[in-house]
Design a protein around this ligand. Structure first.
Ligand code: C2E
Ligand code: MG
Ligand code: MG
Ligand code: MG
Length: 293
């Protein structure tokens, strides 16, 4: 009986693998169409300077308006795009569009300096034309390179073959900043971190969750902040959802934060009105939920 059950389970397992593979192939072919038919678009999430609540930057986050399935989250298609290589084209489109948008905001509001942050996959960094493409986007949109920041994940940094470090160096030479995304989730080697040409650490959302309630999380966040300070790096906390978290991060010396507490990622039109006033007041702890859906 055990054997029969085992076989049944194996068949089930095979079916599941098969279904998953089919789904992947489907997503891949739909993604090709998405690129051709401009179904991808970018939303922006404000990044707030904690000491005064002002928006100092935005993170560009790609979305997919699928003709039948509606809006698809990047978590569901970026991994497939990375596997099949389409991420290179997607990343290029996102970079171009977000730099175009940044140039527009800068033109409209010259008094509000704003930074644009764009996620970049390891697969894109490995592309021989990456630096050339980056230069081309900067030139064609006329964006100040020091207003652009590229986010790479910690896993890239830590497995970093020499070539990645070289590409990061070239990015830095252009004046573009580099941030380490989801910091703290992978095994970090401190000597690696020291040698990395990255100026910003983004503290992963999973640690912000338990800030103030989980002593362990508070300790982790506090040591990341002191490490960053000692290494002369800036810090951005991800996934701030509550006022206490923002207040605590401010007290702990974190520079900038983003999260649903301030604003979800929103369409470009909704960003402009947020640039001229504070999104929260540290003294009262109140957020001005500017564009909450
Ligand atoms: P990420 O770079 O770590 O981006 C932050 C994610 O956290 C975003 O999810 C954002 O919407 C979400 N988030 C922000 N604040 C909060 C909060 O307070 N609570 C919670 N629960 N979540 C919050 P999103 O937009 O679904 O993106 C998921 C991931 O997909 C990103 O994680 C990034 O790794 C990847 N991604 C998104 N856009 C791009 C892109 O253009 N290129 C590449 N290569 N990857 C991208
Ligand atoms: Mg990111
Ligand atoms: Mg990321
Ligand atoms: Mg992240």
């Amino acid at each position: 009986a055990a054997k029969v059950r085992g076989r049944a389970r194996l068949a089930e397992f095979n079916d599941e693998l098969h279904a998953r593979a089919e789904k992947r192939v489907q997503i891949e072919s739909d993604l090709r169409a998405a690129l051709r038919e401009s179904q991808l678009f970018v939303e922006y999430q404000p990044q707030v300077r904690l000491k005064d609540g002002r928006v100092v930057g935005v993170e560009a986050l790609v979305r997919w308006r699928h003709p039948e399935r509606g809006i698809i989250s990047p978590a569901d298609f970026i991994p497939v795009a990375e596997e099949c290589g389409l991420i290179v084209k997607i990343g290029r489109q996102v970079l171009q569009e977000s730099c175009r948008q940044l140039a527009e905001w800068t033109r409209l509001m010259p008094g509000c300096p704003l930074a644009m942050t764009v996620n970049v996959s390891p697969r894109e960094l490995a592309e021989p034309t990456f630096i050339q493409d980056l230069r081309q986007v900067l030139a064609s949109t006329n964006v100040d390179p020091t207003a652009l920041c590229l986010e790479i994940t910690e896993s890239v940094m830590m497995s970093a073959p020499e070539e990645v470090v070289q590409v990061l160096d070239q990015i830095r030479q252009l004046g573009v900043f580099v941030a380490i995304d989801d910091f703290g989730t992978e095994h970090s080697s401190l000597s690696r971190l020291r040698d990395m040409p990255a100026e910003v650490l983004k503290i992963d959302r999973s640690f912000i969750d338990g800030l103030s309630s989980e002593p362990g999380d508070t300790a982790i966040v506090s040591s990341i902040l002191s490490l960053a300070y000692a290494m002369g790096k800036h810090t951005i906390a991800e996934g701030v959802e509550r006022s206490e978290q923002a207040a605590m991060l401010l007290r702990m010396g974190c520079d900038v934060a983003q999260g649903y507490f301030f604003s979800r990622p929103v369409a470009a039109e909704q960003i402009a009105p947020m640039l001229t006033r504070a999104l929260w007041h540290p003294s009262s702890g109140r957020a001005l939920h500017a564009a909450q859906p």
